[in-house]
Ligand binder design. Structure first.
Ligand SMILES: Cc1cc2nc3c(=O)[nH]c(=O)nc-3n(C[C@H](O)[C@H](O)[C@H](O)COP(=O)(O)OP(=O)(O)OC[C@H]3O[C@@H](n4cnc5c(N)ncnc54)[C@H](O)[C@@H]3O)c2cc1C
Length: 328
């Protein structure tokens, strides 16, 4: 355990607590106060959030955002919590947990709520004889998280399938965005830093051989079972893969450099590098966010010292500083 005194969980400041009590009176069934973030993240780490608001409709998202704006409360949007490390001190504001999971098929298009569990979406589209997303089988989290992080694997990414997305902007306006508005990059979008939240999306899939697509799904799921730590909490790959050394080549796996730099033997407190994949940090028992951050810097330092390469983190740090206060 490596819990720095500055990071000790602290109760939400009184003003935040009083403000949230007002909100709680208005929508008690949608709000929970003092929620430990370790319950909402796949790494199972993190102190208390002052409040977590479940979002099922566009109107709820607008209402909570406007409440935060009026009271100057920080906001953070969360999907499945599978790509975040939550701070030991928690979050002194509102976490909007996007749970909208509507699902509607029309021809080869599917219109879905951003809170739908991404793997459920893949299974349901295959049941509806729509193919395309099976490459991503087993990626944890929600569609919204996949879109803002441009999730991908095996040479494909979610950006290839997006037609439009409904987004709530920090100023309270709702816009329909085109793929170009997302500024998709490798495991990134321009949207991620903008304080906007994705609420719905339309994806274009294809009518095709769903039997073959199901076989691809099974193959990807068994590869994941073999390579990933299913019985230990993690957030998947901690660092992004590196740009290709020559144009047209594949990205270089960060895991390979980490392995050659000796990362597999590294551990700090309860955080350890997964034995079968040097780019995955697991919570091996009682890990704190500070353990994970110290381990991540040890890993990236080792790669820098050995290869002169700077690794970029893929996992997002959910701390007080990561919250945005909506535009007034
Ligand atoms: C075992 C394991 C395997 C994984 N394998 C892969 C893989 O193969 N490929 C891959 O790309 N990723 C992988 N991941 C990482 C992760 O699952 C993906 O990045 C996933 O898409 C994150 O979705 P989420 O809903 O959990 O997002 P969260 O972790 O909840 O959030 C991630 C970021 O997105 C933001 N966000 C979430 N929802 C919204 C929304 N609706 N609107 C605006 N912002 C939002 C959050 O604020 C945060 O910044 C893996 C993770 C694990 C644990």
């Amino acid at each position: 355990m490596n819990l720095h005194p500055d990071n000790l969980p602290s109760p939400a400041p009184d003003r935040v607590r009083r403000t949230i009590a007002l909100l709680n009176d208005r929508a008690p069934d949608l709000i929970q106060c003092d929620v430990p973030l370790h319950r909402l993240t796949t790494l199972q780490i993190g102190g208390p959030a002052a409040a977590v608001c479940r979002i099922d409709t566009v109107e709820q998202a607008r209402e909570f955002q406007s409440f935060a704006r009026r009271h100057g409360l920080p906001l953070y949007f969360l999907g499945g919590g599978s790509n975040v490390l939550a701070a030991d001190a928690g979050f002194p504001g509102l976490i909007l947990k996007i749970e909208r999971d509507t699902y509607l098929v029309r021809d080869d298009h599917v219109a879905v709520g951003a809170g739908i569990v991404f793997d459920d979406l893949i299974r349901r589209t295959l049941d509806d004889e729509l193919v395309g997303l099976e490459f991503a089988s087993g990626i944890p989290g929600t569609l919204g998280g996949a879109l803002v992080g441009n999730a991908g694997c095996f040479g494909h990414e979610i950006a290839e399938y997006l037609v439009t997305a409904t987004v709530l902007r920090p100023d309270g306006s709702v816009e329909i965005l085109q793929p170009r508005d997302f500024a998709f990059g490798y495991r990134s979008t321009g949207l991620k830093e903008s304080g906007s939240v994705v609420l719905e999306a339309v994806l274009r899939l294809a009518r095709g051989d769903s039997g073959a697509a199901r076989r691809v799904r099974e193959e990807k799921l068994s590869l994941r079972r073999a390579r990933h730590p299913w019985d230990q909490p993690s957030a998947g790959s901690y660092f992004k893969n590196l740009p290709p050394s020559q144009p047209g080549e594949r990205r270089r796996a960060a895991g390979e450099l980490l392995e050659r730099a000796g990362a597999k033997r590294m551990r700090v407190g309860g955080a350890a590098v997964f034995g079968s994949h040097a780019n995955i940090i697991v919570n091996a028992g009682g890990a704190t966010a500070e353990d994970v951050r110290a381990l991540a810097s040890k890993m990236s330092r080792a790669v820098h010292d050995r290869f002169g390469v700077v690794l970029e983190e893929e996992v997002r740090y959910l701390s007080a500083a990561a919250g945005s206060v909506p535009d007034r």
